[in-house]
Design a protein around this ligand. Structure first.
Ligand code: NFS
Length: 669
C-alpha cells in the first residue's frame, strides 16, 4: 500500500497546505491524495509495456522476453517515447495552428474584438520570412504571414520555415541527419504510422523520427504560437504581477481561466473591464470581476496584462477548494477531469470553451473568434449570476509579487538599449565568469513529488552558483510563489558575480519568459547568443542546461527532445519512461544510453532522467563547466569577484583611493 503523505510532504506551499487540510476535513480527493492512493504501475512507468495492438498488452519483465510479435524492449520503449513526443508536439502545434487562424481572421476583419497590437513585431517576423513590408498595411502583411504559417501545418515536402531561423551550423547538422521536419502535421502522422503494429522496429530509426517530430514543435508549431500571440496581444515587457491563491478576492466575482491558449482569455480580460460587466457584477452584490489564471493560460495573461496567477498545475483543484471561485473557464490541455466532481462540492461552475475539449457535467460555451467579445461577456455573466450561490469561503492569504514579462525582445533591449540592443553583455558576463552559465528550469508540477520543491530547490542552488535562470510554465509560477521572480527580493540568494550583473542591468536573477510554448523564446535567445559572438558558433557550445524537475506531460517530452535536437543538455527529474530493463537483457540500458551519449554525438545535446536532485544539480554544473572549458573560458571561481554589486560598492566607498586600487586591481600606487 503506498504511503499517505501529510500536506507538508505533498507540497511546499503553505496555501496548498491550507487547502489540502480542508480537503481532508471534507473528505474530498485531490490529485495529491489520489497519487498517494495509487502507486504507479512499475511496468508501464518504465516503458516495459506494449499495448499498441490487440495481441497484447505485452509486458516484458523476464530476461530475453519479447512481445507476441517479437518486439524487443528497446523497440517498445522507443515506440512509446515517440508516441508521447508526437502527442506533445500535436498539442503545442495545434495551439499554434489556432493562433495562425486567428491572425488570418484579424487580418480579414472577421475576428470580433481583436486587433494587431504589436505592429513592430509583425513587421520583424514577416521580414524574417521574406514577406514584403514596405508600403503595406499591417493587415496585408498579417494576411500573408498567416497564410505562410497555416501552410506549414499541411506542408508535405521541403523544410518547415522557422527552422531556417536556427544557427547555420545547427541547420547543417539537421540536414546531415535528415531530421528537418517537412510539415508539422506530417511528422505527427508519420510518428503514429511508424509505431503502428508491424512498422518501424529499429529503435534508433524510430528515435530519429522522434527528433524530427519534436523539431516540428519547437521550430514549428510552438514558435508560430509564440510569434502570433505577441503580434496579436503584444510582446511581453516587465510589469508587476502577483501569484498564489491569495489573489482571489472575497468581495468580487472570481473567475479562474485555466488551460493554454491566450485567444479567449485575452478577450475575457477585456470583457472584465467593460463598464456593462462591472455594473452587472455590482448589481449582483460584488465589487466587480476578479480574474486569475492557472497553468499556462495564467502565464499568457500574466506576461502581457499582469493578471494575477492563482497558481500552477496542482493549484487547479485547490483554487476551487477555496469556495470563492464562481467559474473556472478552461480551454485545452492540463485540465483534470476531476474538476467537475470536485466543483459539485462547492458552487463553482466549470465552463469548457474549446470545440476540442468537453468535460462531462461541465457547462459548454463554445468559443468562436467571430463573436469572441460577446462570448467572453456571456461567460462572465454566467459567473456573476453564480455569485449568489457562494457558501463558506477559505481564501489563503498567501500571495507573492513578481516581475514577469522577459520576452526575448525585452532582454535584448534591456541589455543594450534601443540603439545597441544585443546579447553581448550577457555573453561577456559568461565569458568573464561573473555568470557561470545559464539554466532553464521549466515544466510541470507532478503530484508524485512534493509540489514546487524540486523547481525551487534546483533554482536556489544554481543561483548560489552564479547560474542565471530562465523559467517558463508551471516552474515559473513555483518560483513566483516564493518571491524568486523579484529583483531585489531574490538577490540575497544569488552568487556575487550574478548578483552584480543583475544589479547593473536591473533584472531579477530568475527571468520569467512565459508559457510552455514560449520555450521557443529560449531557443531564440540561445540563437542570438551564438550570433552575438564569444560563445562558439552553435547552441551546443553555450554553457547552458535545460531542466524539467517535476515533469509529467507529453508536451514536456516534446520540449525536452527539441531542446536536445537544438544542442542542449536536458535533464528531467522524477522517473524515466524508458528506464525499465528486464534483468540481464542482452542490450540492457541501450535506449537510455542512446538518448544520452548517442544523441550527444549527433546533436551535441543529450536527454537524461535523473531522480536524485543533488545529482541533477551536480550534472548541471559539471556540464556548464565542461562547456566553459571547451570554449577556453576561465575556470569558474566563486571567489574571483568577492562580494558583488552593491555590497562591494559600500565596502569600496569606505576606502581611500590608494586602498581601492589595491582592492580592485591588486596594484599599489
Ligand atoms: Ni507545460 Fe502548461 Fe504546467 Fe506542464 Fe501543463 S500547464 S504547457 S504541461 S503542467 S508546465
Amino acid at each position: 500500500m503506498p504511503k499517505k503523505r501529510t500536506p507538508q510532504e505533498q507540497s511546499t506551499d503553505p496555501a496548498a497546505h491550507q487547502m489540502l487540510i480542508k480537503a481532508e476535513e471534507l473528505g474530498i480527493s485531490t490529485a495529491f491524495s489520489r497519487a498517494d492512493a495509487m502507486a504507479p504501475c512499475n511496468i508501464g512507468s518504465a516503458g516495459m509495456c506494449c499495448k499498441i495492438c490487440g495481441m497484447g498488452p505485452c509486458r516484458l519483465v523476464k530476461d530475453g522476453q519479447v512481445g507476441v510479435c517479437g518486439a524487443t524492449i528497446d523497440t517498445i520503449q522507443a515506440r512509446n517515447l515517440v508516441r508521447g513526443i508526437a502527442a506533445g508536439s500535436a498539442a503545442h502545434s495545434d495551439h499554434g495552428r489556432d493562433m495562425a487562424f486567428t491572425l488570418k481572421a484579424v487580418a480579414n476583419g472577421t475576428a470580433e474584438g481583436y486587433m494587431i497590437r504589436d505592429v513592430a513585431k509583425l513587421r520583424i517576423v514577416a521580414e524574417k520570412y521574406d514577406i514584403p513590408i514596405k508600403d503595406r498595411s499591417p493587415e496585408e502583411i498579417a494576411d500573408e504571414l498567416a497564410d505562410l504559417f497555416i501552410s506549414q501545418f499541411g506542408q508535405q515536402r521541403g523544410e518547415v520555415a522557422p527552422t531556417r531561423l536556427a544557427p547555420e551550423k545547427r541547420q547543417k547538422i539537421w540536414r546531415e541527419q535528415n531530421v528537418i521536419p517537412r510539415g508539422i502535421d506530417r511528422e505527427v502522422v508519420e510518428a503514429l504510422h511508424r509505431t503502428h503494429m508491424g512498422d518501424d522496429q529499429d529503435p534508433v530509426h524510430i528515435l530519429n523520427h522522434a527528433i524530427r517530430t519534436s523539431l516540428a514543435d519547437g521550430w514549428g508549431g510552438s514558435m508560430i504560437a509564440t510569434d502570433v500571440s505577441d503580434i496579436l496581444f503584444g510582446t511581453p515587457a516587465p510589469l508587476l504581477g502577483s501569484a498564489n491563491l491569495g489573489v482571489l478576492k472575497d468581495d468580487m466575482v472570481n473567475v479562474v481561466v485555466h488551460g493554454h491558449e491566450p485567444t479567449l482569455s485575452e478577450m475575457i480580460v477585456a470583457a472584465s473591464q467593460d463598464p456593462e460587466i462591472i455594473e452587472y457584477a455590482k448589481k449582483a452584490g460584488a465589487k466587480g470581476v476578479n480574474l486569475a489564471g492557472i497553468c499556462c493560460t495564467a502565464n499568457e495573461i500574466l506576461m502581457r496584462q499582469g493578471v494575477p496567477a492563482a497558481g500552477n498545475f496542482l493549484h487547479q483543484e485547490l483554487s476551487i477548494m477555496t469556495g470563492a471561485v464562481e467559474a473556472m473557464v478552461v480551454d485545452v490541455q492540463c485540465i483534470m477531469q476531476a474538476l467537475v466532481g470536485l466543483a459539485e462540492n462547492f458552487h463553482t461552475k466549470v465552463i469548457t470553451t474549446s470545440p476540442k475539449v468537453k468535460l462531462k457535467g461541465a457547462t459548454h460555451i463554445e468559443f468562436e473568434e467571430g463573436k469572441a467579445l460577446t462570448i467572453a461577456k456571456n461567460i462572465l455573466k454566467e459567473a456573476i449570476d453564480n455569485y449568489k450561490n457562494r457558501g463558506d469561503i477559505t481564501i489563503p492569504e498567501n500571495q507573492e509579487k513578481l516581475v514577469p514579462g522577459f520576452s526575448h525582445e525585452y532582454i535584448n533591449y534591456m541589455l543594450g538599449g534601443s540603439y545597441r540592443s544585443s546579447f553581448r553583455p550577457l555573453n561577456d558576463a559568461i565569458m568573464s565568469g561573473r555568470i557561470r552559465g545559464v539554466a532553464a528550469v521549466v515544466g510541470c508540477n507532478n503530484p508524485r513529488s512534493q509540489q514546487d520543491y524540486l523547481h525551487n530547490h534546483v533554482t536556489r542552488e544554481l543561483l548560489k552558483q552564479d547560474v542565471l535562470i530562465v523559467e517558463t510554465g508551471c516552474g515559473a509560477i513555483a518560483a513566483a510563489k516564493v518571491g524568486l521572480l523579484l529583483g531585489e527580493a531574490g538577490l540575497e540568494q544569488v552568487g556575487p558575480g550574478l548578483r552584480e550583473v543583475c544589479e547593473t542591468i536591473g533584472i531579477p536573477p530568475v527571468l520569467h519568459m512565459g508559457s510552455c510554448v514560449d520555450n521557443t523564446r529560449i531557443l531564440t535567445v540561445l540563437t542570438q547568443m551564438v550570433e552575438d559572438g564569444g560563445l562558439g558558433d552553435d547552441i551546443s557550445d553555450i554553457p547552458a542546461v535545460g531542466l524539467a524537475p517535476e515533469w509529467m506531460s507529453e508536451k514536456a517530452l516534446a520540449i525536452g527532445t527539441y531542446c536536445v535536437a537544438s544542442g542542449a543538455y536536458v535533464i528531467f527529474g522524477g522517473s524515466s519512461p524508458i528506464s525499465g530493463m528486464p534483468d540481464k537483457m542482452a542490450d540492457s540500458g541501450i535506449l537510455s544510453e542512446y538518448i544520452s551519449s548517442g544523441w550527444e554525438e549527433l546533436y551535441g545535446g543529450k536527454l537524461e532522467f535523473e531522480p536524485d536532485v543533488d545529482e541533477l544539480i551536480r550534472k548541471t554544473l559539471e556540464h556548464i563547466d565542461k562547456k566553459r572549458a571547451a570554449l577556453g573560458l576561465p575556470v569558474y571561481d566563486a571567489d574571483r569577484f568577492g562580494k558583488g554589486g552593491d555590497d562591494r560598492m559600500k565596502e569600496l566607498e569606505s576606502l581611500s583611493l590608494a586602498e581601492r586600487k589595491v582592492a580592485l586591481y591588486g596594484v599599489e600606487g
